[in-house]
Ligand binder design. Structure first.
Ligand code: NZQ
Ligand code: ZN
Length: 391
């Protein structure tokens, strides 16, 4: 296991009706003037936004609002949010919604105290100073509610890039699984897929002797395999949603990724798809993951065989471990299709003629240096081959 430091000081309030306490938590973490940031309207329709506002009013906390965050959030609204916060003297940002809203809130939070262009942070910068943020999450997926990361798409060039920094970790996160019951089944499935991807990205490591975090990842994956179909079958299953919600946070706050190298190839390859075609991140990952794993299988057959046996219940073929490894990838593929995810380029709305461009942007886009991936370094030709496996 590698040396590491780990500090993840988000305060979590989990359970039914917890959103009614939002105002108390904003006060506790020092907010006196809040920007409420939200998406395309689901929180308005569900009445959540009104409940959150009422809880702020109960604590006499002033607020301004900025809605309209799109999935795969854009830089344009971030600039608007930064201007609004400066004009209104906002000292706390509250994201009410999914990963896109949280990431947009984080970008605004980083941009407000910064003299330059906030996009600098998304070109390899680290965020050391930000307006404090809190979140009320409405979908289990990105894990942004407990992570130090943010992903934004720059409209000029449609680059989808990430930044990180401990200053971006939410001060508090409110997690009421019942709030996810209004999700369309497709979005629920996209979230399940993203959570699974965050676990695989960490499982695929070159670091030896990391049994503790291997086992944590396997446990979270088994939870997703068990609870995913239950919630697709019965969207009102609170307990299944509760288990998925907590697993989604743990999958990405890095508690199971410490002390080991990580991969992130699937995310790099997927981000080009959601940037170009505006597909849901989870749907893109459902198509990308089996292709990436098939391509990288030979790099460490036993690691793929291990996850096949421990998570997907495959029988170990000691004479031909590669068969077991492949069986595990096929089990993952079948699972994702069974919950309603797309299985190939066409179903995702992607086009074969874009492959060269996608692979080029992936490897050379904005700040990249020609290769991606922590498990197996891949160049543009490899990435093109992987996109072709998705046809
Ligand atoms: O915008 P509204 O109207 O709220 O609708 C949203 C949106 O259309 C809807 N939705 C969310 N909660 C709902 C709901 N509809 C009904 N009822 C509810 N309770 O779902 C749609 C998707 O929302 P979005 O926020 O985009 O979903 P998600 O949480 O999957 O976030 C995706 C974004 O997160 C990034 C992705 O790349 C993508 O841009 N990621 C962020 C990460 C991070 N910050 O650590 C890591 C991830 O790997 C990921 O890359
Ligand atoms: Zn993801």
């Amino acid at each position: 296991m590698d040396n590491f430091t780990f500090y993840a000081p988000t305060y979590f309030a989990f359970g039914k009706d917890t959103e009614n306490e939002t105002g108390k938590y904003v006060k506790r973490f020092g907010g006196t003037k809040v920007l409420i940031h939200y998406g395309g309207g689901s929180v308005v329709r569900s009445g959540l936004l009104d409940r959150v506002k009422a809880s702020l009013e109960a604590e006499q906390i002033g607020y301004v609002e900025l809605g309209g965050v799109k999935p795969n959030p854009r830089s344009g609204l971030v600039y608007e949010g930064i201007d609004l916060c400066r004009k209104e003297g906002v000292d706390f940002i509250l994201a009410v919604g999914g990963g896109s809203t949280i990431d947009s809130a984080k970008a605004i939070a980083a941009g407000v105290p910064y003299d330059g262009d906030f996009w600098d942070f998304y070109q390899g910068g680290i965020v050391n100073e930000a307006v404090p943020i809190g979140t009320v999450i409405t979908i289990s997926a990105a894990g942004s509610e407990g992570s130090a990361d943010s992903v934004i798409t720059k409209e000029d060039g449609m680059y989808k890039r990430a930044t990180t920094g401990e200053a971006l970790r939410p001060k508090f996160t409110i997690m009421n699984p019942a709030l996810t019951q209004t999700l369309p089944a497709y979005q629920t499935a996209c979230g399940i897929t993203d959570i699974i991807a965050h676990l695989y990205e960490r499982y695929l490591t070159n670091t030896k002797e990391v049994e503790c975090t291997d086992r944590m990842i396997e446990a979270l994956l088994l939870t997703m395999v068990h609870e995913g179909p239950r919630v697709i079958e019965d969207p009102d299953n609170y307990d299944a949603r509760a288990n998925i919600m907590w697993a989604g946070m743990m999958a990405h706050n890095n508690s199971c990724g410490v002390g080991r190298s990580q991969d992130w190839t699937s995310h790099g390859i997927e981000h080009e798809l959601s940037a170009l075609y505006d597909c849901a991140h989870g749907a893109g990952l459902a198509v990308v993951m089996p292709a990436v794993f098939t391509y990288n299988l030979k790099h460490d057959v036993m690691r793929f065989a291990k996850i096949a046996v421990r998570v997907w219940g495959c029988q170990m073929d000691f004479e031909h471990p590669e068969r077991t490894a492949k069986e595990g990838i096929e089990a993952l593929r079948s699972f994702l299709i069974s919950i309603g995810m797309p299985k190939n380029f066409a179903e995702l709305g992607a086009r074969e003629e874009d492959i060269e461009r996608l692979a080029h942007t992936c490897c050379y886009g904005d700040v990249e240096n020609g290769t991606i991936g922590g498990f197996v370094p891949l160049n543009q030709e490899d990435v093109e081959n992987i996109y072709r496996l998705m046809l």
